[in-house]
Write a protein of this length. Structure first.
Length: 118
């Protein structure tokens, strides 16, 4: 199984833009829902993003994994925290979820390299 984090992060914005152009009502409905929930509240954004990423792993949703790893990093999560949250998803879902952890690792590596090079 080959997963390219740089390729995903390069293509995703265009794919989402194209989808929103084709089906604008989906973005108009989902955007405020997402923004309303994924802000500071009883849980800090970092914790919410770790939960979202772990659910993405459990559901085996590659775009969810990639986008929420990015948001985890931007919210201050470390690679170790992200990988541990992925481990919790594996504990809850088992083997099929385990096979998606390399995607998490690839996304973390992508953002760690990006941070190291500025």
């Amino acid at each position: 199984m080959s997963h390219s984090a740089p390729e995903f992060y390069e293509q995703w914005p265009r794919q989402m833009h194209d989808m929103k152009a084709r089906a604008p009502d989906i973005g108009k409905a989902f955007g405020p829902f997402f923004q309303g929930l994924m802000k500071e509240g009883a849980l800090p954004i970092k914790q919410k993003e770790l939960i979202a990423m772990a659910i993405g792993v459990a559901l085996r949703c590659e775009p969810c994994i990639y986008t929420h790893v990015e948001k985890c990093i931007k919210a201050g999560a470390t690679g170790a925290e992200i990988m541990e949250a992925a481990g919790v998803a594996v504990m809850m879902q088992g083997g099929p979820t385990y096979t998606y952890v390399p995607i998490v690792a690839a996304a973390v590596e992508h953002w760690e390299k990006k941070a190291a090079t500025g």
